[in-house]
Design a protein around this ligand. Structure first.
Ligand SMILES: *[C@@H]1O[C@H](CO)[C@@H](O)[C@H](O)[C@H]1NC(C)=O
Ligand SMILES: *[C@@H]1O[C@H](CO)[C@@H](O)[C@H](O)[C@H]1NC(C)=O
Ligand SMILES: *[C@@H]1O[C@H](CO)[C@@H](O)[C@H](O)[C@H]1NC(C)=O
Ligand SMILES: *[C@@H]1O[C@H](CO)[C@@H](O)[C@H](O)[C@H]1NC(C)=O
Ligand SMILES: *[C@@H]1O[C@H](CO)[C@@H](O)[C@H](O)[C@H]1NC(C)=O
Ligand SMILES: *[C@@H]1O[C@H](CO)[C@@H](O)[C@H](O)[C@H]1NC(C)=O
Length: 478
C-alpha cells in the first residue's frame, strides 16, 4: 500500500447512479469519494461537502520504497473516480501508480535499490533491485541477483541464501568461502560478485578441515594459472586459490567442491574502476588520507582543530565508479549562544569560536558568582556554566538603643540594604549624636562607617563599648 503523507485517500470505486444516461459533462458528477484521513487536522466534513462541485482532487503522496514525494490526483471521469495518477511536479505528466512488488524481510539478503542498501517490504512498479547474500561466502546464493518489479510481480523468484558449513556445522552443506586482499583492492558488489582491480592479489579460501582424509577441489572457468593449496598463514583449514597480479584472464567463476560433493562458487570480475580523484583541497580545513582512487579504496577525512566534520568520515570507491558518498565538509565548531546573562551582567569579551572567551562583568552594586571567564572548548562546549550577578547587601544596621532613631531617609524598611543605600541617624531631643550621622552601604558589602550613638550632653559617661542590640557587638572608640 502506498503511503500518503498529508492525508490518505482510500478510493473505492464510486459510480453515478444513472450510468447509462448520457449527460452533459457538467451534470455528470461523481459521488463523494470514500475518504479517510490520517491527518488529524483535516476537517473531513468540510472536505466531503466540498466534493459537490469537484472534478479533480490533488494531494501529496510519499510513494515507493524511497518515499518519493509526488503529487497525485484522482479525477472524475464519466462519473467515476479514476486514479490515483502521480507526477513528480505540478505540471508534469501524471501516470498511474502500478502495483508494488512485495519483498519479504530476509535478514540474510542484502537488497540494493538506487545504489542504497534498503530494507523495505514493498517496491514500486518499475523498481530494479540487486540482491546478494549478506556476507560474502557465508551463504550460498541461489537465484537471480537482479530483480525487476512489474506491476506486482518480480521478474524472477526471490533468491534464497543457503547457510554454509560454518553456519550449519555439517559436512554436507556448501563450503564457506572467504576472500583476502593481499595487495591492491577488491570489493563485493551489490550482486555479490567479487570485483578485483587489475594487478591486485586476492586469495579465495574454501573452509574445510585439513585433517580430513579428502580435500576439496577448486576449479575455475578461465585459463588463468592459479596456485591452489592449504593456507599455512590463516589457521589450518583454508583450502586456498591464489589469484596473483590479477588480469582479465582471471575473470570468471571459481568453484570449490567438497569431498561430499557440495559446491560454492565465487564470481570474480576484474574491473579497472577508478573514482574521480579528490581535489587536494576542496576545503581548506579538510584533511584526508587515502591509498588511492581505485575500486575498493577508502578515503578517510578529518578536520583541522576547531572544525567539525559534516558528512561521512570515510568514503569508498564503489562499483559504479563513484565515491560511496559526497566528500564531507568542515564546519567551524561554535559554542552555543550564552543565555541572556540578565540586566546586571555584561559581556566584556564574547567569542564563540573554539579557543574564544566569554568574559563577564557585573553592574555596580552586583557581585559575580561563578567564573568570570569561560573558554569555548574544542568539543563546542563552554568550559563552565555562565556566572550570575547577585546584588551586594550590607548587613542590617544596628538600631540605636538609647534616644536614637533612624531617619525617614531610610526608605528600605523591610528590605535588605543594597550598595548605595543611605541611612541617616538622628537622636531624640536632649540627646547628641556621636559619630557619622549618615552611613552608606558600599561595594565591599560593609557600611561606610560604624553607626553613631546618642548621648545626653550632661553625661560624663564614656562609652567604649556599647550594646546596640542583643545580637550585634560593635567595638569602636571614635
Ligand atoms: C538466515 O540464516 C540463518 C543462519 O544463519 C538461518 O537460520 C535462517 O533461517 C536464515 N533466514 C532465512 C529467512 O533464510
Ligand atoms: C532491516 O530490518 C531488520 C529486521 O526487521 C532490522 O533488524 C534491521 O535493523 C533493519 N535495517 C535497517 C537499515 O533498517
Ligand atoms: C567445477 O566443478 C563443478 C562441480 O564438479 C562443476 O559443476 C563445474 O561445471 C566446474 N566448473 C568448471 C568451470 O569447470
Ligand atoms: C567476467 O566474469 C563474470 C562472471 O564472474 C562474467 O559475468 C563476465 O561476463 C566476465 N567478463 C569478461 C570480460 O569476461
Ligand atoms: C582542483 O580544482 C581546481 C579549481 O577548481 C582545478 O583547476 C584543478 O584542476 C582541480 N584538480 C584536480 C586534481 O581535480
Ligand atoms: C575568536 O577566538 C579565536 C580563537 O582564539 C580567534 O582565532 C579569533 O580571531 C577570535 N575572533 C575574534 C573576532 O576575535
Amino acid at each position: 500500500m502506498n503511503k500518503f503523507l498529508l492525508f490518505v485517500l482510500f478510493i473505492t470505486a464510486s459510480f453515478c447512479e444513472n450510468q447509462n444516461e448520457i449527460l452533459i459533462a457538467d451534470d455528470y458528477k461523481c459521488s463523494l469519494p470514500d475518504v479517510t484521513s490520517v491527518d488529524v487536522d483535516l476537517d473531513i466534513h468540510r472536505f466531503r461537502s466540498d466534493f459537490a462541485k469537484v472534478s479533480e482532487v490533488k494531494f501529496p503522496g510519499l510513494i515507493g520504497p524511497l518515499n518519493e514525494r509526488l503529487i497525485c490526483k484522482i479525477k472524475c471521469v464519466d462519473g467515476n473516480w479514476v486514479g490515483p495518477l502521480c507526477s513528480a511536479t505540478q505540471n508534469g505528466r501524471f501516470r498511474p501508480i502500478l502495483r508494488e512488488c512485495p519483498m519479504r524481510q530476509n535478514p540474510n539478503l542484502t537488497i540494493t535499490y538506487e545504489k542504497k542498501i534498503v530494507n523495505y517490504s514493498a517496491f514500486a512498479h518499475g523498481s530494479e533491485v540487486r540482491v546478494r547474500c549478506k556476507e560474502f561466502g557465508l551463504y550460498k546464493f541461489s537465484g537471480v541477483n537482479v530483480l525487476r518489479c512489474n506491476n506486482g510481480a518480480w521478474s524472477s523468484k526471490i533468491p534464497t541464501c543457503i547457510p554454509t558449513a560454518t553456519l550449519t556445522n555439517t559436512g554436507d552443506a556448501p563450503p564457506t568461502l572467504k576472500y583476502t586482499v593481499g595487495a591492491g583492492s577488491a570489493l563485493v558488489d551489490s550482486k555479490g560478485e567479487l570485483l578485483i582491480y587489475p594487478g591486485s592479489s586476492v586469495w579465495i579460501d574454501c573452509l574445510w578441515p585439513r585433517d580430513a582424509t579428502q580435500k576439496p577441489e577448486w576449479n575455475w572457468s578461465n585459463s588463468a594459472k592459479n596456485h591452489v593449496g592449504w593456507s599455512t598463514l590463516e589457521g589450518e583449514s583454508n583450502y586456498r586459490v591464489s589469484l596473483t597480479r590479477v588480469t582479465l584472464r582471471h575473470n570468471g567463476s571459481y568453484t570449490c567442491t567438497t569431498p561430499s560433493g557440495s559446491t560454492h562458487t565465487a564470481y570474480v570480475k576484474v574491473v579497472s574502476i577508478v573514482c574521480p580523484s579528490r581535489n587536494s583541497s576542496s576545503h581548506r580545513m579538510l584533511q584526508f588520507s587515502h591509498t588511492g582512487s581505485r575500486l575498493g579504496n577508502t578515503v578517510h577525512f578529518s578536520c583541522s582543530q576547531g572544525y567539525r566534520l559534516h558528512g561521512a568520515s570515510a568514503v569508498s570507491c564503489m562499483e559504479d565508479g563513484r565515491w560511496s558518498s559526497e566528500a564531507p565538509t568542515c564546519e567551524p565548531i561554535i559554542c552555543p549562544e550564552l543565555r541572556d546573562p540578565g540586566p546586571h551582567a555584561a559581556l566584556q569579551e564574547y567569542n564563540t569560536s573554539v579557543g574564544g572567551r566569554a568574559v563577564f562583568s557585573c553592574a555596580w552594586g552586583y557581585r559575580l558568582v561563578g567564573r568570570p571567564g569561560l573558554e569555548c572548548e574544542s568539543d563546542g562546549r563552554w568550559s563552565d556554566a555562565a556566572p550570575v550577578c547577585v546584588p551586594i547587601y550590607c548587613p542590617s544596621p544596628p538600631h540605636l538603643l538609647d534616644g536614637g532613631r533612624l531617619s525617614a531617609v531610610d526608605a528600605s524598611k523591610n528590605r535588605r540594604h543594597q550598595v548605595g543605600d543611605l541611612l541617616v541617624y538622628d537622636c531624640s531631643s536632649g540627646y547628641q549624636i556621636v559619630g557619622e550621622s549618615s552611613i552608606v552601604c558600599t561595594e565591599s558589602g560593609f557600611w561606610s562607617h560604624p553607626p553613631p550613638f546618642c548621648m545626653q550632653p550632661s553625661d560624663v559617661v564614656r562609652a567604649d563599648t556599647i550594646f546596640y542590640d542583643n545580637t550585634t557587638f560593635v567595638n569602636f572608640n571614635e
